[in-house]
Design a protein around this ligand. Structure first.
Ligand code: SF4
Length: 487
């Protein structure tokens, strides 16, 4: 692994990036992309083909599960799921129930199935299309996660393709594959440093404008809300400053956070039949009504949460529970920033292991029944994002020597943008995709290039300047003086 001094490589990437874009390219000159129309297939036709066995009986679910349709069940002629009394074997476990088939995964919510008790016994959600950017999770009214199966999207006359990629490889695949591993590594490393420098600067500006502890608190809240509720968590952290939360006991703190988030209403206790949830909600409400007039935003200023389409473990209410538990450990956290310790990752891991919340270690939502097993308050990927997006940038802003330790931080698994960027830049070369996404900084470098070029491109790569300029990077290990050449 190459190790450039921080922030020299950031400067190199910054110059390389500026140099590429210095050729006068504008959004207009980059052209427009035409979204291909997805063929509109009739839902009933898919259901009939499914029921007739045309898709087969054995599939792989969206989470990689082995799915076998043991019995297709019966067409439902009334309200409720499409096929009842079906039997499905998922990873060897036989489940009886209903099957719902939609054109698009999101129809589950837009058709109101997620809040309809008639759909509680669905054991499999089948669909042909889903959101292009975000993963959508299917959950029941009781917040049970339903296994998903995405059928191949194909033209009925041509039959299914063998391979359905999440994104298409870009024009830069060829020049990148001509670069050796060291050259690609140096490019990603430099892009990652550039990204880190921007994050460190942002935190520093936030710390100067508010105070370091509040900036750290907001940063951690954003990392917990990643990705669909990042902004919502930032707003919540701003409306409930850490300095005020620290003065409250743990029940008042939860009440303040959940109330300000808009999750506590006068009828809140009626929303659950679970005795534990009922007791917890009553305690929260007893505190909340006393502070409500001072803290509750008016309706038009309510925080917009995304509660559907997330894994049950990622429900925003669980994230708020974790944020509240972090405040309980707050006196140990700000030191990470102002006087960073040796081996930051290990230190933070040990701290987070000790963070507890008796309710949120057992519940998915405020009104769900208790989970059978204890649930981690902060999972592996959330912890790495807290380290990579907040704690290391804060520490590196104080002491550049932490860059070397940051380079050892391992990858996160759950970021669809990284998967897409790797596919666009490395094509189907799985070995390179793996080699260059094993560490957090490599993933960040990829994301930076994706942001700088793929998201700026409106021509399906045709007018993207990145591929042509990569040879320059190979020749000199960076743009360096070429920034001057362009001028
Ligand atoms: S837009 Fe540019 S950087 Fe992105 S895949 Fe296409 S050629 Fe590569």
């Amino acid at each position: 692994m190459s190790c450039f001094r921080y922030p020299e490589a950031a400067t190199t990437y910054s110059e390389f990036r500026a140099w590429i874009w210095s050729f006068g390219l504008t959004a207009d000159s980059r052209g427009m992309v035409c979204e291909p129309d997805s063929p509109r297939k009739e839902e009933m036709e898919i259901q009939a083909r499914w029921f007739g066995g045309e898709f087969g009986r054995e599939f792989t679910g969206t989470e990689g599960e082995k799915i076998e349709i043991v019995q297709f069940g019966h067409w439902n002629r009334g309200a409720g799921p499409d096929f009842t009394e079906a039997a499905v074997r998922i990873d060897g476990e036989l489940k009886g129930g209903a099957i719902e088939i939609d054109m698009d995964a999101r129809n589950w919510e837009s058709h109101g199935h997620g809040a309809n008790p008639d759909f509680e016994n669905v054991v499999l959600h089948v669909f042909t299309d889903g959101p292009s950017l975000n993963r959508f999770f299917t959950r029941t009214d009781a917040h049970r996660n339903i296994p998903q199966l995405q059928l191949p999207q194909y033209s009925w006359s041509q039959g299914p393709p063998d391979f359905l990629p999440e994104a298409f490889p870009g024009r830069c695949v060829s020049p990148l594959s001509a670069m050796n591993d060291g050259e690609v590594d140096s490019l990603l490393h430099s892009a990652a440093q550039y990204r880190m420098r921007n994050k460190a600067r942002r935190l520093s500006v936030m710390a100067d404008s508010t105070d370091p502890e509040q900036a750290l608190f907001q940063g951690l809240a954003e990392a917990l809300g990643f990705g669909p509720n990042k902004t919502a968590m930032a707003v919540l952290a701003q409306r409930c400053p850490v300095g005020e939360l620290q003065k409250l006991d743990h029940v008042e703190r939860d009440a303040r956070l959940f109330g300000a988030a808009g999750f506590l209403r006068p009828d809140v206790m009626e929303m659950t039949e679970d005795p534990e949830s009922h007791t917890y909600l009553r305690d929260l409400w007893d505190c909340w009504w006393k502070m409500r007039d001072r803290v509750e935003p008016i309706r038009t200023r309510a925080i917009p949460w995304r509660v559907s389409g997330n894994r049950p473990l990622n429900h925003p209410q669980r994230r708020i529970g974790a944020l509240s538990a972090l405040v309980g450990f707050w006196e140990k956290l700000p030191d990470l920033w102002t006087s960073p310790v040796n081996n930051l990752e290990k230190h933070v891991n040990n701290l987070v292991k000790n963070i507890e919340h008796p309710f949120w270690e057992r519940h998915y939502t405020l009104r769900s029944n208790p989970a059978e097993r204890s649930l981690r308050l902060v999972g592996k990927d959330r912890l790495r994002d807290m380290l990579g997006n907040v704690i290391f940038p804060g520490a590196i802003g104080e002491n550049e020597a932490f860059w070397a330790e940051y380079l050892t931080l391992r990858k996160v698994d759950s970021n669809h943008k990284i998967r897409r960027a790797a596919l666009r830049l490395f094509g189907p070369d799985r070995e390179r995709q793996k080699l260059f996404t094993s560490y957090y900084h490599q993933q960040q470098g990829l994301l930076q290039i994706y942001q700088d070029f793929c998201l700026e491109d409106l021509s399906e790569c045709e007018r993207c300047p990145f591929p042509e300029q990569l040879t320059q990077w190979s020749r000199g290990g960076g743009a360096g003086s070429r920034a001057g050449e362009a001028g």
